[in-house]
Design a protein around this ligand. Structure first.
Ligand code: MRU
Length: 352
């Protein structure tokens, strides 16, 4: 399953987790070694590792690292201490449900493994590795399913994406960028347009970097240029990732996704969400309940050492928005391509 020319942001190596430091790309390709659960929580919070499925995988390893740090043979004491680790990891980022999904799956294994504390630790390690490997396979399936959904413009297809839903945001391959990758490898894609994605510039920095690695022709635009490009006929379809999808298909993704969906509708351009079923929160009937992370205003008023705004102004920095289901043409998952209204039928097929 692992290929040498692919990007893997999270690798278990030498008894610790190697993370690609996504805060340093594209200028530096560097790894951070994480061997303590607390450091994993910091890495998620500071976005060394980011993207919904990737933070799920990272949190799963974080639970295992935390388990390794607990020195007791008493099962109840162990589980109590592990709950504190889980709580620390849950408090890192609120919107991407994959984080909570992965932690719940790990904790279920901890509670349900019959045996010694050492046996629980072993089961936790195996589960973290399984979550990592499954995500990789899931992304490849999403990529292939995406091919059924995309418009047919053989060799001429142009897509637009927002933020980074690529290999870096997953265990590898990507969700939205997985679809782009599959279209490229099949010879169907001519070019990807990548929104720069203010304020953190995941599109300009990370999506563009991944495209360069793979040789995919990429044009970076600022977020405000999308409608103009659509009007000029430059975009055939939009494909984005998701941080949390409610049962009715309302989708939280990087801030700016909602406006992109609105302008896609205005130009009659299909708007696809690509995400694993682990991103669907069937407990939420609609998107109004999705918690939206607010980040530090410095992400808006400062670039590098340069302050952009005068003193005395206020800032609002929501990291995500919610796109209503009616603006979404289809949701591309590992199980197939669904209209938002068909998603509910997949609840039973979602992994534990
Ligand atoms: O704040 P980020 O960079 O973690 O936000 C990432 C996104 O919004 C992605 O589009 C989403 O997580 C899907 S990643 C496959």
């Amino acid at each position: 399953m692992f290929q040498t020319n692919q990007v893997y942001p999270i690798i278990w190596h030498n008894d610790s987790v190697s993370l690609i430091d996504q805060t340093r790309l594209p200028n530096e390709y560097a790894f951070v070694e994480i061997s303590r659960s607390e450091d994993m929580a910091v890495a998620i919070k500071t976005m060394i590792v980011r993207g919904a499925p990737a933070i799920g995988v990272a949190a799963a390893y974080g639970i295992y690292l935390g388990a390794r740090e607990i020195h007791t043979d008493n099962r109840d004491e162990f589980l109590q201490d592990l709950e504190n680790v889980a709580q620390m990891l849950r408090s890192t980022r609120p919107t991407a449900v994959n984080l909570f999904w992965a932690i719940s799956r790990m904790m279920k294994v901890a509670y349900e493994t019959i045996g010694t504390v050492d046996e629980i630790k072993k089961a936790l390690f195996q589960t973290a590795q399984a979550i990592n490997a499954e995500d990789l396979q899931t992304c490849q399936d999403i990529g292939n399913n995406g091919l059924k959904a995309l418009p047919t413009q053989p060799g001429q297809l142009t897509l637009l994406t927002h933020c980074n839903a690529g290999a870096l945001a997953t265990a590898g391959y990507g969700t939205a960028l997985g679809v782009v990758r599959s279209a490229w490898r099949e010879g169907r894609l001519a070019r990807l347009f990548a929104d720069e994605t203010r304020p953190r510039l995941q599109g300009a920095k990370l999506t563009a970097w991944e495209c360069v690695q793979e040789g995919i022709p990429v044009t970076v635009i600022t977020d405000s240029m999308a409608a103009h490009c659509m009007k000029q006929g430059l975009i055939h379809a939009v494909v984005v990732g998701a941080d949390r999808i409610a049962a009715n298909g309302d989708t939280a993704n990087k801030i700016g996704t909602y406006s992109l969906a609105l302008v896609s509708k205005a130009h009659n351009i299909p708007f696809f969400v690509a995400a694993p079923l682990s991103t669907v929160d069937f407990d939420l009937a609609d998107g109004s309940q999705i918690p939206i992370e607010e980040r530090h205003p410095g992400e808006i008023y400062q670039i590098g050492d340069t302050i952009l705004t005068p003193d005395g102004v206020e800032f609002y920095n929501p990291a995500f928005d919610v796109t209503p289901a009616e603006l979404i043409t289809a949701i591309i998952t590992e199980n197939g391509v669904f209209a938002p209204s068909e998603l509910k039928q997949q609840e039973a097929r979602k992994a534990a």
